[in-house]
Write a protein that binds this ligand. Sequence first.
Ligand SMILES: Nc1nc2c(ncn2[C@@H]2O[C@H](COP(=O)(O)OP(=O)(O)OP(=O)(O)O)[C@@H](O)[C@H]2O)c(=O)[nH]1
Ligand SMILES: [Mg+2]
Length: 378
Amino acid sequence: MSRGKRPDWVPDTDHEAFTTYVMPGVSDPHHDGLPRPPAGGVFAPSAAVAPARKKLAARDYVDGILAGNRTMLARAITLIESNSERHLELAQEVLAGVMHQSGNSVRLGITGVPGVGKSTFIESFGTWLCDENNKVAVLAVDPTSSLSGGSILGDKTRMEQLSRHPNSFIRPSPSGGALGGVARKSRETMLLCEAAGYNIILIETVGVGQSETLVHSMVDCFVVLMLAGAGDELQGIKKGIIELADLLVITKADGDNIGRAQRAKAELAQVVRMLNCPTEGWRPQVLLTSSVENKGVTDVWATVGDYMNAGKKHGWLSDKRQQQNVDWLKALVEEALKQSFQHHPAVEKILPEISRQVRAGQLPQMLALKQLMDAYRG
Ligand SMILES: Nc1nc2c(ncn2[C@@H]2O[C@H](COP(=O)(O)OP(=O)(O)OP(=O)(O)O)[C@@H](O)[C@H]2O)c(=O)[nH]1
Ligand SMILES: [Mg+2]
């Protein structure tokens, strides 16, 4: 791979802590990429590995990001995504250096069941926003992507036009284990993107598991995409997703589907009317879109604007962000305490036997807890 074609999210050096690796490439531009034995018929190790890039200091990253340099932004995100202690320290220094410039964006979460049309919607919505002179960053929180590796491919092909737009920045979901880790990385990535001048952040998440709740806790406006007539209205109600939604968007309102989509809109609007809306001055809206016909995206944006204005007018938008900041700290503290407890040598030592006794009904849980806490406190 020539250096010019190196994707901007790849790390400087291959390291096991990174979620992206670079295979050694070939330097000859006419080469077909297939290995070719030398005259003697024996393969030699490739000498054409791209030279390692210069190690950067926190200041370099900070300056680059604040100047809107995409490569520096991408490399800083790679640091954020690293699981190594060494990178964590540098990444946090970079984050601390740019934080005063973050926060100036509209943060939108976009969710819905697989296949509802999230990526296609983001392609059409995001491209339109970029054409309107916005700078749009698209992030993904997909706890399944580390297993399937599918989200990069899926998003790159579904967001072809958007990914080529000079005003867009697309970052696939970080892989790397627990959802909490994925969420931390996405949250910090969002702050870096804002500092780099992106004024609209779209965070796509799959409509499964806990990922919606996590994304909900990091955005201003939570948009739930729904399919008409597929029982999804009910599915959404059951999962409580509608209660999280600030905006409901029925997708694929085109072709034969239009009538069904309109009926679904009326039904959903009725459901929303029955919900308690704790948000002053705002009742979740239901809209229709067709991403393939580029219909409805302007309405979505106008409605997001109404929502943000209501939030500013009634003061809950800044309250929400402040609360999210504190909630995030709380979640980190809980996670750190859990880790410290679970990995405490004295706890590890007695836990199997205590668990056995609890399982067999020989030890009350409160007593078991006391023994564990005594061991933990030393
Ligand atoms: N007719 C019609 N088809 C659409 C529309 N939007 C998306 N599709 C199709 O629906 C399918 C799924 O779209 P995606 O955008 O990949 O859906 P997704 O929600 O991102 O799916 P996952 O990433 O797998 O969760 C694709 O075949 C799209 O072409 C639309 O507005 N109209
Ligand atoms: Mg998708």
